[in-house]
Design a protein around this ligand. Structure first.
Ligand code: COA
Length: 153
């Protein structure tokens, strides 16, 4: 995957083994219930899987954003398969609104196309207004809303 330069000097490139520590920390910034041990195991699995992609945004040596993608056989609202799926998307608050999120999505679009996909799918929490705005701004359309349930059995 070619590296990309932003005018800000931020570089987008695929994550690799040497990035694991910063990548795990970034995952734990994104997900409040993140377990560092579980995240460490998951990043190893992602790196070993040719059907997943993790890209990072670097400001000098510091990881300031990342996105993870996988292939789904199909996805809600999509009419083709497999579908490239955005699994994780995070930019450090210090670097938001500067186009880093867009570059991370552009990398996923290019990867999905290279895998033969013609659709990119994603999801977010219903109350995450910023994520919703960013998705829509980057060309996503909302296709469904879900309610998750539980009961004791
Ligand atoms: C969502 C997120 C990754 C966007 O990253 P970013 O680097 O700020 O995104 P960009 O600067 O590339 O913004 C792209 C477009 O999204 C929209 N957008 C981004 N942040 C926005 C905000 N706070 N309010 C309204 N629109 C916003 C804008 O239209 C923006 O384009 P513009 O700046 O040219 O107007 C970042 O806000 C983030 O990490 N949020 C916390 C984690 C999260 O919720 N992740 C998504 C989980 S699905």
């Amino acid at each position: 995957m070619p590296e990309s330069d932003l005018s800000s000097g931020v570089v987008i490139r695929a994550l690799n083994k040497s990035d694991q520590k910063a990548w795990v920390a970034a995952r734990c910034s994104l997900w409040a219930d993140c377990s560092p041990e579980q995240a460490a195991a998951e990043v190893v699995r992602i790196l070993d899987d040719n059907d997943q992609l993790a890209v990072g945004a670097f400001d000098r040596a510091a990881l300031v954003g990342f996105a993870e993608y996988s292939l789904h056989p199909h996805a809600i609202g999509c009419t083709t398969g497999p579908v490239a799926y955005l699994e994780a998307w995070w930019v450090a608050s210090s670097h938001r609104r500067g186009g880093v999120g867009r570059m991370l999505i552009d990398a996923g679009v290019a990867w999905g196309q290279s895998k033969g996909c013609s659709e990119l799918a994603s999801d977010t929490w219903i109350d995450n207004a910023i994520s919703d705005a960013a998705h829509r701004s980057l060309g996503f359309e909302a296709v469904d809303r879900l309610i998750h349930y539980r009961r004791t059995i």
